[in-house]
Design a protein around this ligand. Structure first.
Ligand SMILES: *[C@@H]1O[C@H](CO)[C@@H](O)[C@H](O)[C@H]1NC(C)=O
Ligand SMILES: *[C@@H]1O[C@H](CO)[C@@H](O)[C@H](O)[C@H]1NC(C)=O
Ligand SMILES: *[C@@H]1O[C@H](CO)[C@@H](O)[C@H](O)[C@H]1NC(C)=O
Ligand SMILES: *[C@@H]1O[C@H](CO)[C@@H](O)[C@H](O)[C@H]1NC(C)=O
Length: 631
C-alpha cells in the first residue's frame, strides 16, 4: 500500500526517491523499508529509485528504462523464464520420470564431453574473451565466491550439516579421479530471492544476481551511480580515473588491503579499483575491461577535440553512450553473426541488414533476462582454450600460461610486458575447436589454484537442475515445434554415437537434461552453435533490443544518435578497438574474431576503418563563448 506521505509526495511532484520491492517491482511504503532494514535485507530486497524523467539518458543503475515499471532493469530484479520451472518436492532437483535418481552430473560430463586440446582454425581467443565479457555484463560471481570463501567446507563432514552445500559426487570409476581418490567437488545452491530473505522459503526459488539485466557495460560503469561517481570519475574532461605506469594506461588501482586479487604474486601489485569488482575476476574480463575503460577516455578525448565548449558532464555522458553503443555493435554485428550465422540473425530479427535506424521497442516487454540465456552461454566452456598464448608484435610465439590460473590475479597483466603479449596473442591464437571436446583445464582446474579440483562443466550440469529447467525435449519442442517422443527422434539433430551415449545414461528421452542435449546437438544450419543454444540465446538477444528504451539503434530515444553518428558506430570493429587502445597493436586483421588468413590478412591500423568524431560536432561550440572578451 502507498503511505499517505509518499502519495502526497507523488501528487505534489516532489522529487523524492521512491522505494520498490525488488522482486514484485511495485512501490512500497516507508514502514515496509523499515521492516527490511531491521532484517538487514534492504540491500537485496528494496530498490530505491529517483523519480523518472522521460528525457534522461540511460541510468547506471538501470532504473527508469521502462517508464511503466521503473525498477525493472535495475539490479536485484528477477529473471523471466522461457519455460516455467519444474522441481521435485521441497524444490529439490527433479528426478527421472521413473522416480529414480538422474545420472550424476560428473558422470554425464565425463561420458558426453571428451577431454583434450584441439586448436580451432576459425575463431581467435579474442572471440572467446568477448563472449566471456558479454556474459560478465549480466551475471555475478557470488555463487562461486560462496563455496570458495564463505562456505569452504562443502566437501568436508561439516558440509553435510549445511543445506546450502550441494557438492557434486565423483564416482569411483571416474576416468581421472579413480587415481586421485578425490570424490567430491564443492558447490553451493544458487542464491535466490528466497535464500537472501526477500521471499518466503517455501516458494519456488527465483534467482537473484547483482548486475543490471540489460547490456550496458556494467563491468565498466558499475550498477550503482554512487560507485561510479566515487570510484570512476575524475570530473574533468569527461574522463574515467586512470593511472599511467611504464607508458601504459590502467584503471585506477585499489588502495585497500582487502584486495580481491587474491592470487597476485608478490611482484604483482595491480588490482583495479572499478565501480564493480567484475573487472578483476576472470582473465578475459580483466583484459576486455582494461580496453573498454581506456576506450571511454579515448572517446572523451576525441569529443573534447571536436567540441571544446562541452563540459565534463556532457563529455562523460556522450562518451559513455558511445562506448556502450560500440560494445553492442561489436557484439551484435561482428561477434554473434560468426557463431550464430549472419543470415540466421537477420531472418530472426536480431540484427538489421539495412543500416540506418531500427526501432522495435515495445514498452510492454520488461527489461529482464531469461534465466535460460546466461545458462545457455555456459555451453561456450567447450570452446574455451586453456592456455593463453603470448606473441610479440611481429607475431613470434613467446610463451603460454594457463588462463585459469589468472582468475583474481589482475597483477599478472602489468608485469613483464604481459599485457602486450596477451593482447597480441588474443588475435593470433585460435580458440579451442567447436567439437565435443573440452580443455583439460576447464574440466579439472577451472578455478585454478582456488580449488584443488574444479570441473566447470560438471558444475554447469548440476546448476541446470538447481535452476529447475524443464527437460531438454520440452525446450526442443518449444523452440522448433516438433515433439520429441523417443530416442530415435533425436537422430534428426544429434549424431548417432552421441544418441547412443544418451541412451546409456538416461532411462527415458524425457529425462535428458537441457544442457546434456545442448552439449551433444549438431550445429544449426548456417551457423556453428547447437540449435537449442541458438534458440535460447536469440530469444534474449531480441528481447534486449525490444525492451531497452535506450537501445543505440533507436532514432527517438533520449539523446539519440543522428543518422550520421549511427553510421560511424556501424563502421566499428573489434580490430579498431585494439588499434585505438590495445598495447603495441599497430597491425591486425580486419576481422579480428576470426583467424588471419588469405581473405583476412593482417594489415596496418591505418587501413582499419575508424570513427570520425566530427559527426558529433556541436555547431554551437563555434560561437565565441560568452566570457570570450573578458578573458
Ligand atoms: C547486512 O547485509 C549486508 C549486505 O548483504 C552484509 O554485508 C552485512 O554483513 C549484514 N550485516 C549484518 C549485521 O548481518
Ligand atoms: C596453475 O595452478 C596450479 C594449481 O591449480 C599449479 O599446480 C600450477 O603450477 C599453476 N601453473 C602455473 C604456470 O603457475
Ligand atoms: C573445496 O573448497 C575449499 C575451500 O575453497 C578448498 O580448500 C578445497 O580444495 C576444495 N575442494 C576440492 C576438492 O577442490
Ligand atoms: C566506413 O569505413 C569505410 C572504409 O574505411 C569508409 O570508406 C566509409 O566512409 C566509412 N563510413 C562512415 C559512415 O564513416
Amino acid at each position: 500500500m502507498w503511505s499517505p506521505i509518499l502519495l502526497l509526495a507523488v501528487l505534489c511532484d516532489v522529487k523524492a526517491a521512491l522505494f520498490y520491492d525488488s522482486y514484485q517491482g511495485v512501490p512500497i511504503d516507508v514502514s515496509e523499508v523499515k521492516r527490511r532494514d531491521k532484517s538487514n535485507t534492504t540491500f537485496w530486497c528494496v530498490n530505491e529509485i529517483q523519480p523518472c524523467d522521460p528525457l534522461e539518458g540511460r541510468r547506471v543503475d538501470g532504473s527508469c528504462n521502462n517508464l511503466k515499471y521503473p525498477s525493472r532493469g535495475a539490479s536485484h530484479t528477477p529473471f523471466t523464464r522461457i519455460l516455467p520451472p519444474i522441481y521435485d518436492k521441497d524444490f529439490e532437483p527433479k528426478k527421472a520420470a521413473s522416480g529414480n535418481e538422474l545420472p550424476l552430473p560428473r558422470s554425464l560430463r565425463t561420458r558426453l564431453i571428451s577431454v583434450g586440446k584441439v586448436p580451432g582454425q576459425r575463431y581467435t581467443q579474442l572471440a572467446i574473451h568477448a563472449f566471456t565479457f558479454l556474459s560478465a555484463d549480466v551475471v555475478s560471481l557470488h555463487d562461486t565466491v560462496n563455496y570458495i570463501l564463505w562456505r569452504p567446507y562443502c566437501c568436508t563432514p561439516k558440509g553435510k550439516t549445511d543445506s546450502v552445500c550441494v557438492p557434486n559426487k565423483i564416482p569411483e570409476d571416474d576416468p581421472v579421479h579413480r587415481f586421485s581418490g578425490i570424490r567430491c567437488l564443492n558447490m553451493t545452491r544458487p542464491e535466490s530471492f528466497q535464500s537472501i530473505g526477500c521471499l518466503p522459503k517455501d516458494t519456488t526459488p527465483e534467482r537473484i544476481v547483482s548486475s543490471t539485466p540489460l547490456l550496458d557495460l556494467s563491468t565498466i560503469y558499475g550498477n550503482f551511480m554512487k560507485n561510479l561517481q566515487e570510484k570512476g570519475r575524475t570530473f574533468q574532461g569527461g574522463l574515467l580515473r586512470y593511472e599511467v605506469e611504464e607508458g601504459r594506461i590502467w584503471p585506477p588501482s585499489t588502495k585497500t588491503k582487502a584486495n580481491i586479487c587474491l592470487l597476485n604474486q608478490p611482484n604483482e601489485k595491480r588490482c583495479h579499483d572499478m565501480p564493480e569488482d567484475g573487472g578483476n575476476t576472470l582473465a578475459a574480463i580483466n583484459l576486455m575491461a582494461v580496453w573498454f575503460w581506456r576506450n571511454h577516455n579515448f572517446i572523451a578525448g576525441e569529443l573534447a577535440k571536436v567540441n571544446p565548449c562541452w563540459d565534463d558532464q556532457k563529455l562523460f555522458d556522450t562518451a559513455r553512450d558511445i562506448n556502450i553503443a560500440l560494445f553492442l555493435q561489436i557484439n551484435y554485428y561482428e561477434l554473434l553473426p560468426i557463431f550464430l550465422g549472419y543470415d540466421n540473425l537477420v531472418q530472426d530479427g536480431v540484427i538489421t541488414p539495412s543500416g540506418g535506424f531500427r526501432d522495435i521497442y515495445n514498452e510492454n516487454v520488461q527489461p529482464q533476462l531469461s534465466l535460460e540465456y546466461p545458462f545457455a552461454l555456459r555451453w561456450l566452456h567447450t570452446v574455451q582454450e586453456g592456455s593463453l598464448k603470448m606473441y610479440d608484435q611481429e607475431g613470434n610465439y613467446l610463451k603460454q600460461f594457463p588462463i585459469v590460473n589468472l582468475t583474481l590475479r589482475t597483477g599478472y597483466l602489468a608485469v613483464d610486458n604481459n599485457i602486450d603479449y596477451i593482447t597480441q596473442g588474443s588475435f593470433r591464437q585460435g580458440s579451442a575447436n567447436i567439437d565435443y571436446i573440452a580443455d583439460p583445464d576447464i574440466t579439472e582446474q577451472g578455478l585454478g589454484p582456488h580449488q584443488r579440483v574444479s570441473d566447470v562443466m560438471t558444475n554447469d550440469m548440476a546448476k541446470n537442475r538447481y535452476f529447475g529447467f524443464q527437460p531438454y525435449v520440452k525446450y526442443r519442442e518449444a523452440c522448433f515445434g516438433k515433439p520429441v517422443r523417443s530416442f530415435n527422434d533425436l537422430y534428426y539433430f544429434i549424431d548417432p554415437e552421441r544418441v547412443e551415449v544418451l541412451r546409456e545414461m538416461y532411462e527415458k528421452v524425457e529425462d535428458i537434461d537441457l544442457l546434456a542435449g545442448i552439449w551433444v546437438e549438431r550445429p544449426i544450419s548456417g551457423g556453428f552453435v547447437p540449435s537449442t543454444f541458438y534458440c535460447l540465446v536469440i530469444d534474449q538477444l531480441r528481447r534486449n533490443v525490444v525492451s531497452d528504451r535506450h537501445w543505440y539503434e533507436r532514432p527517438n530515444r533520449p539523446n539519440a544518435f543522428t543518422i550520421y553518428q549511427l553510421a560511424e558506430i556501424r563502421n566499428y570493429t573489434i580490430a579498431r578497438l585494439l588499434c585505438d587502445v590495445g598495447d603495441t597493436v599497430t597491425r591486425i586483421q580486419p576481422r579480428a574474431f576470426l583467424k588471419a588468413g588469405i581473405y583476412n590478412q593482417i594489415d596496418s591500423c591505418f587501413n582499419i576503418p575508424s570513427i570520425q568524431y566530427l559527426a558529433w560536432k556541436d555547431l554551437t561550440c563555434d560561437q565565441p563563448p560568452y566570457w570570450f572578451h573578458s578573458q
